[in-house]
Design a protein. Structure first.
Length: 578
């Protein structure tokens, strides 16, 4: 939501018209820019005539899990929508009027005078809808097409396109004026009001999907970020803010330390050549803004509010609540913060209760799937392939220990799945278990949840494992999550955290005697990789967390598949003397 009033700020631009000068340079850069397709090996295509930048390689690192990157992308998209929905009922309130931060939720505490009454909890506003319009256009056109994007914005305003329930309940005054101009036939790159007082946050709040989708170099990213602002926000300050946010998001996607500072450096280096005035760049980056964070609808304030919210917290939950706690334009501030925090902490770092209560999932699920699938695996699967134990023999990623013991990582033996991203699975449980025994396993550790036995048609796994001479253990972890999360109604004493201490001792004794232990989950990446890392840490002793993660990924590429799992391991290794 772009507030109707934007604070007047000192004039930092030269006298006279500016739109044609800076947008002309932007258009030239856009014409030079390359298409941003991800090729099959995860690398990016670069145009030969675009100069290399400070961030010219956005390929997945050799032992980085593509699933962690996918987790960040999905987290960014859902994080934005959830942050927006979280802020909706608190909009327009001063900070002093808001409930304590720990009580901020989709449904405000009883008695709180919520904004937008009648809007069901968990509903995103114009921020989320416009962000989805941008993402839909990018995925459909495979480039930034301002005409197509503008038509989708008009369709949203007029018919509720990509709004939950098809209802538009919030639209900023500047955006409304721009859309009226678009309806009247104004060119998309000229429709956005462009005076200095027209620097609301309406184009900033929607730009994150560009950074999630984009796979080209920083020059192209800056140009497109500025371009997408034009249909509603024509002043270069808004364009600078959008470019900075996209560069910051890119740094978060790449797990780069000090993302804001990296974005600052790149923007100063490349912004002027992209047509962004140096004076506006310096104005947006002026550190004195940090002293005036107010949660307002002014685009620069929103950026610095986001920085404060990310720097002063250590989780997605705390970051978005901090953003809402700044008051006023709570939905937009929380949407911007939520998108960035979703990238930083990953989809599984967002509370499950918020993900489950977010409305309108059917509107974005296809976009999210298309977005994450752009990050290509080195292994190509076809939904038409039937994977059997004969056609695709069980593969076990192996970590050899100095003791002669071995840790094995694999997927669920004998699983049957009619439809999965990796194809159709129709495996033979006994053939797979014999392969595990032939590998040299003494112990088999099953990490799937109780209900997954039936889902995967492996209810006989415990008895068949024993028949093959394997010592079977069950230490369930929820799919995609880290140890310690127990679903409501389940007996916590049977889950991983409760059984791990005793099980770990058993497995370590076996490994020290030169025996083998195989751990598996459903797909053999997330939960299995995490537990293999725990075992390796205790079996080897003294290894750094990142070295342990890398060694697991050498054995089983793409293992440890979420940001939450990476953070769990690093936190675990720092808190426990191995």
């Amino acid at each position: 939501m772009c507030c109707s009033e934007v604070p007047r700020v000192p004039n930092t631009e030269p006298a006279g018209p500016h739109r044609l000068d800076w947008t002309r340079n932007l258009n030239a850069t856009q014409r030079r820019g390359c298409r941003t397709d991800l090729v099959s090996n995860g690398d990016t295509d670069h145009c030969q005539d675009v100069a290399p930048t400070g961030s010219d390689d956005h390929a997945v690192e050799k032992f980085e899990s593509i699933y962690v990157r996918r987790d960040r992308l999905a987290g960014g998209l859902q994080g934005l929508l959830i942050g927006d929905a979280l802020g909706v009922p608190y909009a327009f309130h001063d900070p002093s009027e808001l409930p304590p931060l720990q009580q901020i939720d989709f449904e405000p505490p009883a008695g709180f005078p919520r904004s937008h009454r009648g809007v069901p909890p968990g509903t995103w506003s114009d921020d989320g809808a416009q962000a989805l319009c941008l993402l839909e256009s990018l995925l459909t056109k495979d480039t930034l097409d301002l005409g197509d994007f503008s038509r989708r914005l008009v369709d949203w305003a007029d018919r509720g396109h990509l709004a939950v329930d098809g209802k538009v309940f919030d639209i900023g005054s500047q955006t409304a004026r721009a859309i009226a101009r678009l309806r009247a036939g104004a060119a998309p790159n000229e429709a956005g009001p462009s005076s200095e007082s027209d620097n609301g946050n309406g184009s900033l709040m929607r730009v994150l999907p560009l950074a999630l989708w984009h796979a080209g170099d920083d020059t192209s990213l800056i140009a497109m970020a500025a371009q997408q602002s034009l249909p509603t926000h024509g002043h270069p300050r808004a364009a600078v803010a959008c470019a900075l946010l996209c560069l910051w998001a890119r740094a978060e996607i790449e797990s780069a330390p000090h993302g804001w500072e990296r974005a600052e450096t790149v923007l100063r280096q490349l912004g002027p050549a992209n047509g962004l005035p140096q004076a506006e760049i310096e104005h947006v980056l002026d550190p004195s803004h940090a002293d005036r964070v107010a949660g307002s609808g002014y685009v620069v304030d929103t950026l610095w509010s986001a920085r404060q919210s990310l720097e002063h917290t250590g989780s997605y939950t705390d970051a978005v609540r901090h953003a809402v706690g700044l008051g006023r334009d709570t939905d937009t501030t929380a949407a911007v913060v939520g998108g960035l925090a979703g990238i930083r902490y990953g989809l599984y770092g967002i509370p499950l209760s918020w993900r489950m209560r977010l409305r309108g999932v059917e509107l974005f699920r296809g976009f999210q799937d298309a977005l994450v699938q752009r990050v290509s695996s080195t292994e190509h699967h076809s939904g038409q392939v039937i994977r059997t134990s004969q056609s695709h023999p069980l593969r076990i990623g192996t970590i050899n220990l100095d003791s002669g013991g071995r840790i094995g990582i694999t997927f669920c033996p004998g699983k049957k799945q009619a439809s999965a991203m990796s194809g159709h699975w129709d495996r033979d449980l006994d053939i797979d278990l014999q392969a595990i025994r032939d590998w040299g396993a003494t112990h088999l550790v099953t990490l799937i949840a109780p209900w997954e036995f039936e889902e995967l048609s492996v209810t006989d796994l415990p008895t068949r494992a024993a028949a093959h001479g394997l010592i079977w253990h069950h230490a369930p972890i929820m799919d995609g999550h880290v140890p310690g999360i127990v679903p409501d109604g389940e007996d916590a004493s049977l889950w991983f955290e409760a059984v791990w201490s005793k099980l770990r001792t058993t497995l370590l004794d076996s490994l020290a005697q030169g025996e083998g232990a195989v751990v598996h989950c459903k797909g053999g990446l997330g939960r299995a990789g995490t537990v293999a890392a725990l075992l390796l840490a205790h079996a080897s002793g003294g290894m750094a967390a990142d070295d342990i993660i890398q060694r697991v990924r050498e054995a089983r590429p793409n293992a440890i598949e979420t940001v939450a799992q990476e953070r769990y391991l690093r936190d675990h290794f720092s808190e426990h003397v191995i």
